[in-house]
Design a protein around this ligand. Structure first.
Ligand SMILES: [Ca+2]
Length: 494
């Protein structure tokens, strides 16, 4: 063989290698994503967040190896609005899901569709709650928003033997025993199968607890807290202490059950060799007041309602030592941030911000505030219960909120973490309030949010509501059409 020919072959080989390496590298650089979404788990209730009463060893371990977003907020803290923002990267007035039990437009460009078209196997397990056709009706493939594999139910709060539908079958199935554990075991089997495939996966495990009813976790977990007395948050009125203690026993029991699920998932990822290239996200759709400020559940602008746990375990980007960030990541920012980590182009329909480079320290954090809102109060926070529409800003230090009449709430969360002292109108803070107010009005302008009365938006989107201004999901849907699934939401094996 002469030298020229050998050189030629060498060049050819290098050229082939040159083409082959990036292809190979690209294939392996796409991370799998396991997105664990829980329901109504407030940021303050986790061992790693400083709560010494709740037992969450798996989450504490995960946090010690993750990026912990200590200032993550659910900008419209209630179920369907958060989920619609998570799936679309849009704010509630854009996607229109500003109330529970309405349909997310099936033409939306969603996480499921984007990951699927980027070559991912997409999967959704558990609670959906953006279908608007009743809480136990079959959700056809045309409304599954791009998820290839599907074992889901719209919504239930009976976590034992709860129902679900699989793929394109309208046959109701049952998660035997406590659903979070049954779903997790099933996801572990799914992960084991996926580990043998070349395709990366994007899997959402959407767990229905620790949302109330509080006293329904498996006995094993309830026993952990039986008879225990906890430190209550300082904003829980004394007269409610006993009820709050009892509710927390159950709330924490659900959390410890979920904590075991986290352990099972991580064990499977490790055993299947998926742990290095799988990003694990753990977060919640919103928090729960559990007696703080004399209220329960969500929608309100207080921290227990609005702040959520947010862990990103991704050693490739963050190493394996725990890190913290005060980045104000909000529900619409989740989609672009996940896509950023996956190196997938963010669609133009997305309004949220890609925080991936900020979190990796490659870009300066220029986000000083983020929008919080209640477009139309309903359900557990109807007007009769004090509910009202609001718009506000969260900064690292302040919560500032306007209602329809004008400035309403101003809290310095660093000096007053329990938000007991409303500083609105205090002369000494006039300059700060004025700056927050102009930042809020500017943010509303950017979002094209006119801050109208809630019922104006209900009318604009043609939602049918009942006397409490809530979408009645039991017999008729958000369009006023009868719900054909006549089951009560409880499982039927037929
Ligand atoms: Ca929820």
């Amino acid at each position: 063989m002469n030298i020229g020919k050998r050189c030629h072959r060498g060049v050819l080989f290098l050229l082939l290698l040159g083409f082959a390496i990036p292809l190979f590298a690209q294939k392996n650089s796409k991370p799998n994503i396991l997105y664990i979404l829980v329901d109504q788990w407030r940021a303050q209730s986790a061992g790693y967040a400083g709560n010494q009463d709740v037992h969450t060893p798996q989450l504490d371990r995960l946090a010690s190896q993750s990026m912990n977003l200590t200032h993550a907020v659910s900008g419209m803290p209630v179920c369907s609005p958060h989920r619609a923002s998570f799936l679309t990267g849009q704010y509630p007035l854009t996607h229109g899901v500003f109330m529970n039990d309405v349909l997310l437009d099936t033409n939306q460009i969603t996480l499921g569709k984007v990951y699927k078209s980027a070559g991912y196997q997409t999967a959704f397990w558990g609670k959906w709650h953006v279908d608007g056709h009743g809480r136990s009706s079959y959700i056809p493939v045309t409304r599954q928003q791009g998820f290839d594999d599907w074992k889901a139910l719209e919504c239930t709060h009976d976590y034992n033997n709860s129902a679900y539908y699989e793929g394109n079958s309208p046959v109701k199935k049952v998660w035997e025993t406590y659903d979070a554990i049954a779903q997790t075991q099933d996801v572990c089997q799914y992960l084991t199968k996926q580990s043998k495939r070349d395709k990366p996966f994007f899997l959402v495990l959407s767990i229905g607890s620790p949302h109330d009813p509080y006293q329904t976790a498996p006995e094993k977990y309830q026993r952990m807290y039986a008879g225990k007395t906890f430190r209550l948050r300082e904003n829980v009125p004394v007269e409610l202490a006993e009820k709050v203690q009892q509710d927390l026993r159950g709330y924490y029991a659900h959390m410890s059950a979920i904590d075991d699920c986290i352990g099972m998932l991580r064990k499977t990822l490790h055993e299947q060799g998926l742990d290095k290239n799988t990003m694990i996200v753990f977060t919640s759709d919103h928090g729960d007041l559990v007696g703080s400020h004399g209220a329960w559940n969500k929608q309100q602008a207080y921290d227990e309602s609005i702040r959520v746990p947010f862990l990103i375990h991704y050693p490739k980007a963050f190493g394996s030592k725990g890190k913290k960030s005060k980045a104000l990541i909000n529900s619409p920012d989740i989609m672009p941030t996940l896509l950023g980590f996956s190196d997938i182009k963010v669609p133009n329909s997305v309004e949220g911000k890609d925080f991936s480079r900020i979190l990796m320290g490659q870009q300066k954090n220029d986000v000083s505030h983020t929008l919080i809102s209640c477009v139309q109060p309903f359900g557990q926070w109807t007007r009769a219960r004090g509910g009202k529409e609001y718009r506000g800003l969260m900064t690292e230090k302040y919560t500032y909120v306007r209602d329809l009449k004008g400035p309403w709430l101003l809290f310095d969360r660093e000096k007053d973490p329990f938000q007991m002292n409303n500083l609105v109108g205090q002369p000494s803070l006039a300059a700060i309030q004025s700056k927050l107010d102009s930042d809020l009005l500017n943010e509303l302008k950017i979002r094209k949010d006119e801050f109208l009365p809630g019922l104006d938006y209900v009318k604009k989107w043609n939602y049918v509501i009942d006397a409490t201004e809530t979408v009645p999901y039991v017999k008729i849907n958000y369009q006023g059409l009868p719900i054909t699934d006549t089951s009560s939401g409880y499982p039927s094996l037929k």
